[in-house]
Ligand binder design. Structure first.
Ligand code: N2P
Length: 357
């Protein structure tokens, strides 16, 4: 009898413990149970309708968080305590995350829609077999400007931004690689330059831009430019397209000295709990109709060939956003410069920002 009582108590304690454990796990921060998928994406970088559609098609509930720079995203994933199942870093960040063991391999067998991606966007240097990353969007960095507000400037060169006609009339996107890269490019250096003298020269050159800089801003740069709050801005190409959709008077150029060509790819961070759901999401985003709707919504260039065919000829044939070979040959992809040099770029950017105050 005693034994039965003991057994009964034991079963009771184990059951109670299990119930408590499951409850605790569900309540702990951002826990992705089987039926949730936690996505960590750039701001304004997906059509929210598509998240709803994914949820209703799969029964998976999406938890959505955003970041505004590769650096912020990597710090958050590295520090742990999060359960992101999906993220969308740029190429140099993917290379760095791979090296730091922050990415999980992606099973291509679970992605029948991968066939829709233009092979030119597969097998790039930062992930040669696409073992850890699948193309999402790509683009350039350049200048969006309002011809009515820029005096007699025609905008061909980065150096036009330094013109005194643009006093307090320029916005810059808030990105270390982009701003330091612009400083380097304007001097004719590579935006992957690691020579300290060149970097100091770029910083000095950027400090001369200060009188023209009205503000360094995040995603609100689109609204500000469309509302004609400044004459010109350093932007990512897709943001320029969205601004120009809102205000047709504006134009976008990639300066003649060269600029950046970037690739943002979907990854499964090592923090993932719902790996199956993450694959379902990636495959969903690779569907031609979904990818076309997304490209239309966010304004960026799609690497999805089948989606490109569904886009308006006016969009897919626009060489400002789907550059030809001549322009592409003037562009450089950011390299992973290693942790020390990447922090140095960040420090230089901070120094530039401090100098403005
Ligand atoms: C979208 C940001 C695009 C990121 N708001 C460019 N790599």
């Amino acid at each position: 009898m005693k034994q039965i009582t003991r057994m009964f108590i034991l079963v009771f304690v184990v059951c109670f413990g299990l119930i408590y454990l499951v409850d605790y796990m569900n309540k702990s921060e951002g826990y992705s149970g089987d039926n949730t998928l936690t996505i960590y994406n750039w701001g304004d970088y997906i059509d929210p309708e598509l998240i709803k559609r994914f949820e209703s098609e799969t029964g998976i509930k999406v938890i959505y968080q955003t970041f505004d720079s590769n650096e912020a995203m990597m710090t958050k994933i590295k520090q742990g305590g999060t359960t992101f199942d999906i993220s969308i870093p740029s190429e140099y960040a993917i290379d760095k995350m791979k090296a730091e063991g922050l990415l999980l391999p992606i099973d291509h067998n679970k992605l029948p829609n991968l066939k829709n991606i233009d092979p030119n966007f597969l097998g790039l240097a930062f992930d040669p077999d696409n073992k850890y990353s699948i193309p999402y969007f790509w683009g350039t960095v350049g200048i969006v400007y309002n011809p009515d507000l820029v005096g007699d400037l025609t905008f061909e060169s980065w150096n036009d931004l330094w013109d005194e006609q643009l006093k307090n009339n320029v916005f810059l996107l808030d990105g270390a690689r982009e701003v330091i890269g612009m400083g380097l490019n304007s001097l004719g250096y590579s935006l992957n330059d690691t020579n300290e003298e060149h970097l100091q020269e770029a910083l000095k050159k950027l400090s001369l831009l200060t009188p023209n800089v009205k503000a360094i801003v995040g995603d609100e740069i689109k609204m500000l430019m469309a509302n004609e709050e400044a004459a010109a801005a350093l932007v990512w190409s897709g943001d320029a397209r969205e601004i120009m959709d809102e205000n047709e008077d504006l134009d976008y150029i990639v300066p003649s000295e060269g600029s950046n060509l970037w690739f943002d790819n979907i990854v499964i961070p090592s923090t993932a709990r719902n790996i199956e759901g993450a694959h379902q999401f990636i495959n969903f985003m690779l569907d031609p109709e979904v990818a076309a709707q997304n490209a239309d919504y966010v304004g960026y260039s799609t690497p999805n060939d089948a989606a490109l065919e569904l886009l308006d000829e006016e969009v897919s044939g626009d060489e400002r956003f789907y550059p030809d070979e001549e322009l592409t040959s003037r562009l450089e992809v950011y390299k992973n410069l290693g942790p020390r040099m990447l922090s140095h770029y960040n420090e230089l950017f901070l120094e530039f920002k401090m100098h403005r105050k």
